[in-house]
Each structure stands twice: as structure tokens, then as C-alpha cells.
Design a protein around this ligand. Sequence first.
Ligand code: 1HN
Length: 345
Amino acid sequence: MSEQLGTLEELPQDYRDDMTKAGVAPLWPMMRNVLPHGAPKPVTKPGHWSYPALRPLLLRAGELTPVEKAERRVLVLSDPGRGTGAMQATSSIYLGMQLLLPGESAPAHKHTPSAARIIVEGTGGFTVVDGEKLPMQDGDLVLTPGGDWHDHGHEGSAPVVWLDALDLPLFVYLEGSYAIEGPLQAQRNRPDASAVEYLAAGLAPSRRLGSSTRRYPMMRYPWKNTEAALRRMAEFAEDGVAELDYINPETGRDVLPTMGFTAMMLRAGQTDAPPLRSASAAFHVVKGRGETIVDGQRIEWGPKDTFTAPVFAEITHKAHEESFLVRIHDRPLQDKLGYYEERAR
Ligand code: 1HN
């Protein structure tokens, strides 16, 4: 392994000028920037967005900007390492808090990035994805896979807020991000698949030769099921944390191509120090209070807060009361690229 690599300043000015004119640059002064030794050096810094701080700002957006002028009325959660306005919360994950007021609707579109939403507050909101009406209740996970038409509506009487997570940064990086707009969708007159075909774990509709399944058969994961499953698991988890991955019920695999979702329950007083992971992560607090140390930075969280951790972050959670968190991460992407990794603490 070579030690110090040569610098740009060591090179004669005329040579540097000639290289610039020719549109080339030497690799060696920049090599360590793109290929640090041992582990990545993330630009991403841990972030924390307290819901009590965001909520009034969102409601003000509701007064200032009609949904027609916004299409999606969202406050973007920018990675502190990249600065306010950055359209990403981690290397690969975009996060935003979206507000829909009673009677409003957000127009239909489809786009290349995939989205998922975790409902933060309010009742009566819904998303229509590919003609399926997906009601939104606190803590529900609702998918909007890339390429699927989606529009949002609100039949309730109080503001509805949800957290959007998209793999947008990847698509922007790939110069592959775009949307197509369309008319509001006709809704099939039936409950969503979580209440029809996939009511119980381990059971899926029987297929006959020639019948097909949808690529995304289940697009709403009701929180009440997740919480009940975590609670039961926690009863037998001894000192361990109860953690459940959201999966596609037909394939058993991740629910979206690049983003994964993992729900976790911590009992009051419980701590958890997961291995260092190559995936970046955002944590959304469905309920509870506690603190998490991310790379030495202490984050004191409460209900509906959101916080982030860069790749390979050292993370220690401590719940002050019984808590439920959903971790949004990019392990599915890293698995596909063949480099997902966990390191012991
Ligand atoms: C989008 O389509 C939604 O459909 C929300 O609700 C946030 C952020 C960037 C690009 C597309 C939505 C978005 C978005």
C-alpha cells in the first residue's frame, strides 16, 4: 500500500495548464477522495427533525401555498452535511414531510423513483396507487413503486401529514428522474390488498396456471398489524429487540427495489447497539421517547420525530419509554450491488 500520494501542487504550472486545456486531470491527487482506505468517508451528517418544530411550519405552508400551487406540499428534510435545500437526507434517501388539508387532492403522476410514506397524523387521507385506494392511518407504510400512477386525497376533517421517503437521489445522480402527469385515477371499489388477499402472514392467493401476480401485490402495511406483531415478538425476545422487516408477501423479498423498511420495538429502558452497517438509514418514531447516539452525536427523540444516520454509523438507541421506530434504509440497493456489509462493534 503506497503512503502519501503526489499532490497537484508538486506538478509544474505549465503542465497543469496544458492538462486543463486538454480536459484531463491527474488521478493520484484525487484518488483518496474517491477511494479512502478501509471505509467510506460519508458527506452525510446525522440529522434530527423534531415534529413539534416541523408541524407549525407545515401548517403555515398550508396557509401560504394552496396545493394547486405546490402539487405536493412538502418540506424537505435536508442532510445537515449538505446544507438546507439539499434534496436528500442521506446518500440515497430523500425525505420530506407532506401536508394535505381536508378536501384537497394532489394530482396524479408517475415517476421513475419509488416512494413510500409513513403516516404521521390525521385521518381520512388516502393515496390511490395504480387504481387501488390505500387509506392512510397513523404509522401505516404505504408504497408508491416507481412507474405506478399515484394521487392523494383527503376525506377527513383535520390536516393529514405523512413522511415521504424516495430513492430520488439515486435517480437524480443517474440522470434518470422524471415524471408524467395524468388525470385523477378511477378507484377500484374494494379494500386494499392488505385487507383482502394478504390478511394473514403465510397465506397468499392460490394461483392457477396463467394467472399472474402484481409486481407489488401489497402496497399498504397497516400499522396496527405491525405493532401487534412487534409486541408479541417482544414478549419472547428476552434481551433482544423485536425487529421486523417489511416484505413483499409473494416473494418474501424487500418491498421496493432500493429502499427497505424495518420496524422495531424498544421496551422502556431498553438499549440497542446494532452492528455498523454499510447502509444509510432514517429512523421515524411512530411512538415513544428516547435517545440515540449516532457517531457520538446525541439525538433526543419523541413521537413523530425523524432522524438519520450515515453509512457505517455507530448507533446506540436507548428508549426512555416503550417506543416503536421504523428504519428506512438502502440495504436492498446495496444487496443488489453486492456490497452490503455489517461490522461488529
Ligand atoms: C412525489 O411524487 C411525492 O407523490 C412526494 O407525494 C414527494 C418528492 C420529489 C419528487 C416526487 C408524492 C416527492 C415526489
